[in-house]
Write a protein that binds this ligand. Structure first.
Ligand SMILES: Cc1cc2nc3c(=O)[nH]c(=O)nc-3n(C[C@H](O)[C@H](O)[C@H](O)COP(=O)(O)OP(=O)(O)OC[C@H]3O[C@@H](n4cnc5c(N)ncnc54)[C@H](O)[C@@H]3O)c2cc1C
Length: 167
């Protein structure tokens, strides 16, 4: 884990200047449902998709392994921790257009379900009790009561498929 520390320190300083959270040697246990897990080199938190993309790109360019964490409800982290960086996504705006809903990956599934209900959209009822984020649910194809994400998702934007144009 030490091999990445100097680079992570530099990236952490830069991320803080850009409005992100960045803490070194953070235990991951509090970020998971099972409350187990050792530290990561640096825990980044991004206030939206654009800064998240920057962190992803920088870690990739520097050869630093990165784990994305949503709500940590499907993660069992080793007591030894994870090498490199962890990026935690949270929150973001939910938008409605032509009978569909879109949101950033860090939005809690429950929040999305409530918003869909309030806008008269059906289809996400099965997901209300699943304690994850939208990104985690998509990654896991979360499902319950005979429904699953693959049946209701019409598209997803991958952070590394978007040209951010610049630094
Ligand atoms: C009490 C309890 C009840 C549960 N009930 C159900 C259930 O009914 N149905 C069900 O399907 N699951 C259930 N789960 C499991 C879990 O909630 C789901 O798998 C959920 O989708 C995980 O989402 P998360 O945000 O917590 O992801 P995390 O646990 O944070 O991450 C899970 C995986 O997804 C990846 N990931 C997370 N976010 C992203 C992202 N934005 N981009 C790329 N990769 C990402 C992570 O790297 C990791 O590999 C339950 C878990 C608990 C603790």
């Amino acid at each position: 884990m030490r091999e990445y520390q100097e680079t992570l320190r530099r990236l952490a300083e830069q991320a803080r200047r850009e409005g992100c959270g960045a803490e070194e040697q953070v235990p991951l246990a509090p970020l998971t449902s099972f409350r187990v897990g050792g530290p990561c080199g640096c825990l980044f938190t991004a206030p939206g998709p654009e800064p998240a993309r920057r962190i992803l790109r920088q870690c990739s360019e520097e050869g630093i392994p990165l784990l994305i964490v949503g709500n940590g409800s499907n993660l069992l982290v080793s007591d030894r921790g994870v090498p490199g960086a962890v990026l935690r996504l949270s929150g973001g705006d939910i938008r409605f257009h032509h009978g569909r809903v879109s949101c950033p990956a860090g939005v809690p599934l429950k929040t999305l379900c409530r918003a869909a209900r309030d806008h008269g959209l059906s289809g996400l009822e099965f997901a209300y009790g699943i304690p994850g984020t939208v990104g985690g649910a998509l990654f896991m194809n979360a499902g319950a009561y005979g429904g699953e994400m693959s049946e209701v998702v019409t598209g997803a934007v991958a952070a590394d498929s978007v040209e951010t144009g610049g630094n």
